[in-house]
Design a protein around this ligand. Structure first.
Ligand SMILES: Cc1ncc(COP(=O)(O)OP(=O)(O)O)c(N)n1
Ligand SMILES: Cc1nc(C(=O)O)sc1CCOP(=O)(O)O
Ligand SMILES: [Mg+2]
Length: 212
C-alpha cells in the first residue's frame, strides 16, 4: 500500500465532546459529503476501546467517500483501526518513535505553534503541520495564540504542507489561507452547526474562491 494522498483544504477535527450528544461519525460523514477533505478523531476523554470503536465506525463511513481518517494523539488506536494517519503534538509521542512504529506510508501530522517548536521538531519526519492557534479557541482554551501574523511569519520556514487551526470560521478562513496555509482545520465551525454538511459546503466554497 502506498501513502494516501491527503488534501488539507478543509480538515474537520471532531470528537464526542464537540458534538452535543450527536454521533461524531454521522457528523463526520455529513461534513465529508459537504466537502471536508480530511477528518481527525480527537477524543481526549473516552476509554481506549470506545475511541477505537468510534475510529472504526468513522473509517467505515469515510472510506466510501474517499476521505482519510487521522487519529489524534493515539498511534495505537490509529493503527488498530486501520486509520490513514495520526496527529501528534509537542507533548505526544516523538515523531522518530511514531515513524518507526508506523512506517513510511503512514500519514503523520505534527503541531507547530512557535519558532521554538519548529526548531525542536524533526520536520522531515512529518507529512504536514497543524499551525495555531490562529484565533482564540473555545475548544482548546490552553492553545497559545500564535495569530494569523504568526502563521504568516512561520510559514516560509516550514517545508511541508500546513493547515491553520484554532478559532477558524467562515468569517476568517480566507485570512488563514492568505497567510500561507494550505487549508483550514476546524472543530466548532462544523461540529456546532445545526447542519454540518451545509457548514462544510460554505467553508469549502470560501476555500475554493480564495484560491483564485
Ligand atoms: C491539525 C491539528 N493541529 C494541531 C492540533 C493540536 O495538537 P496538540 O497540540 O497535540 O493538542 P491536542 O489536540 O492533542 O489537544 C491538532 N489536534 N490537529
Ligand atoms: C485541537 C486544536 N489545536 C489547536 C492549536 O492551536 O494547536 S486549536 C484547537 C481547537 C480548534 O477548535 P475550534 O475550531 O473550535 O477553535
Ligand atoms: Mg496531542
Amino acid at each position: 500500500m502506498s501513502k494516501p494522498v491527503v488534501d488539507l483544504s478543509l480538515y474537520l477535527v471532531i470528537g464526542p465532546a464537540d458534538c452535543g450528544g450527536r454521533n461524531p461519525a454521522e457528523i463526520a460523514a455529513a461534513a465529508a459529503s459537504g466537502g471536508a477533505t480530511l477528518v481527525q478523531l480527537r477524543d481526549k476523554q473516552s476509554a481506549t476501546r470506545d475511541i477505537l470503536a468510534l475510529a472504526r465506525e468513522m473509517k467505515a463511513r469515510l472510506d466510501p467517500l474517499g476521505v482519510p481518517l487521522i487519529v489524534n494523539d493515539r498511534i495505537d488506536v490509529a493503527l488498530a483501526a486501520g486509520a490513514q494517519g495520526v496527529h501528534l503534538g509537542q507533548d505526544d509521542m516523538p515523531l522518530e518513535d511514531a515513524r518507526r512504529l508506523a512506517g513510511p506510508d503512514f500519514v503523520i501530522g505534527v503541531s507547530i505553534g512557535s519558532e521554538a517548536e519548529r526548531d525542536a521538531t524533526p520536520l522531515e519526519l512529518a507529512d504536514h503541520a497543524g499551525v495555531g492557534a490562529c484565533f482564540p479557541s473555545a475548544t482548546k482554551a490552553d492553545a497559545d495564540a500564535l495569530g494569523v501574523d504568526g502563521l504568516r511569519q512561520l510559514r516560509p520556514s516550514l517545508p511541508m504542507p500546513v493547515v491553520g487551526i484554532g478559532g477558524i470560521s467562515a468569517e476568517n478562513a480566507a485570512d488563514v489561507l492568505s497567510a500561507g496555509a494550505d487549508g483550514v482545520a476546524v472543530v466548532s465551525a462544523i461540529c456546532k452547526a445545526k447542519d454540518p454538511a451545509a457548514a462544510a459546503r460554505e467553508l469549502s466554497k470560501i476555500i475554493d474562491k480564495s484560491r483564485f
